[in-house]
Design a protein around this ligand. Structure first.
Ligand code: FE2
Length: 290
C-alpha cells in the first residue's frame, strides 16, 4: 500500500504574529523569515517547516505530507478517491507557495486541509539558529510530530491509517481505570510517531507540535531560556514511556504547546505495537501531554 513518507510542513493561523516572531527566534532558536505578512520558520535545510500567517485561528490550518514519487502521489490520490475522499490538484500558485514540484489537496474528516506533495525545495542557505544551537532532527523523518484532538476517533484512524498509510506505533492509556483516555500513536518513517490522535473534542485541533533538538544540552539550555523569559511551562522535563523522548512542554503565543525534546526512539525493522499505561517514565509534571 502506498503511504506518505513524512510530515514535511504545516501551516498555523495565529493572532499575534509579532509575539510569534520573537518567540520563534529567542525561545525556540529557529530561523524566522518574513513572508507575505506572516513568518516562515526554518530549522533545517528546507525552505521552511512551519508557516505562520495572521489569520487568527491560533490553530493548525494545513498539513503537508510528502510522498516519495509522482507515481505514488497519483496512486495515493486514487486510493483516497476510492474511499470517498475528494482530492484535487494544487495549482502552480499553491505549489510555489509550498515550494514543491506537485501537490494534491484534500481534507481530513474534520475539515482540516491536508496536502500531499512531491519534490520539496531546499532553502538555498543552510539553517542558522539565532543562538548557539546544535540543530534539529528532521531529514527523512520530517519536521517532528503533532498531536491532534479529534471528536471521532474511528473516522480519524480510517483517514490517517487506511487512507494515508500510517502504521500503528502503540497506544497510551491515561487516567483512572474505567475512564481511561486512549491515545493512538502512528508512524510513517523511522520516527516513533509523526502523528498522534487524542479522542477528545477540544476547541482547537492542535494539541502540540514536537520539535527535536539534536543535542540534549539544547533542551536544557532552552528550558533555562524559557524559565528566564517566564514562558509558561505546561509540563516539566520528563521522559516518555513510548518514544523515550526526554522533553518539556511550553505554551506558544497561540495557546497550544510545543514539546521541545531530544533522543526520540526510531523504529527500524520489525515493530510490534504495544499498550503503555501512562505517558511518562518520570517527570512531565503538569498537563497529561502525550
Ligand atoms: Fe509529543
Amino acid at each position: 500500500m502506498v503511504s506518505v513518507s513524512e510530515l514535511g510542513y504545516l501551516g498555523i493561523g495565529v493572532s499575534d504574529i509579532d509575539a510569534w516572531r520573537s518567540y520563534a527566534s529567542d525561545i525556540l532558536g529557529v530561523e524566522v523569515v518574513d513572508n507575505e505578512g506572516g513568518i516562515d520558520l526554518r530549522y533545517d535545510e528546507k525552505a521552511w517547516r512551519l508557516s505562520l500567517r495572521p489569520s487568527g485561528e491560533d490553530d493548525v490550518v494545513f498539513l503537508g505530507f510528502e510522498v516519495d514519487s509522482i507515481q505514488n502521489l497519483e496512486a495515493l490520490a486514487a486510493h483516497l478517491t476510492s474511499m470517498g475522499v475528494s482530492v484535487r490538484d494544487g495549482d502552480a500558485e499553491l505549489c510555489a507557495a509550498r515550494q514543491v514540484d506537485a501537490l494534491k489537496c484534500c481534507e481530513d474528516p474534520f475539515g482540516l486541509a491536508v496536502e500531499l506533495y512531491v519534490g520539496r525545495r531546499e532553502g538555498g542557505a543552510s539553517f542558522t539558529s539565532s543562538r548557539d544551537h546544535g540543530g534539529f532532527v528532521t531529514g527523512d523523518m520530517g519536521l517532528g510530530h503533532i498531536v491532534l484532538s479529534v471528536g471521532d476517533e474511528a473516522s480519524a484512524l480510517k483517514f490517517f491509517m487506511d487512507g494515508l498509510g500510517f502504521n500503528l506505533s502503540d497506544n497510551v492509556l491515561l487516567g483512572p481505570e474505567g475512564r481511561q483516555l486512549r491515545l493512538t500513536f502512528m508512524h510513517c518513517n523511522p520516527r516513533h510517531h509523526t502523528l498522534a490522535i487524542a479522542p477528545v473534542p477540544a476547541p482547537k485541533r492542535l494539541n502540540h507540535i514536537m520539535i527535536q533538538a539534536a543535542e540534549m544540552d539544547d533542551v536544557g539550555t532552552t528550558l533555562d531560556i524559557v524559565q528566564h523569559a517566564n514562558v509558561p511551562v505546561s509540563s516539566s522535563l520528563g521522559k516518555h514511556t513510548n518514544d523515550m523522548m526526554v522533553s518539556f512542554y511550553m505554551k506558544t503565543p497561540s495557546g497550544f504547546d510545543i514539546e521541545y525534546g531530544c533522543n526520540g526512539l526510531e523504529i527500524r525493522g520489525d515493530w510490534t505495537p504495544t499498550v503503555h499505561h501512562g505517558a511518562s517514565l518520570w517527570g512531565h509534571r503538569g498537563n497529561l501531554n502525550p
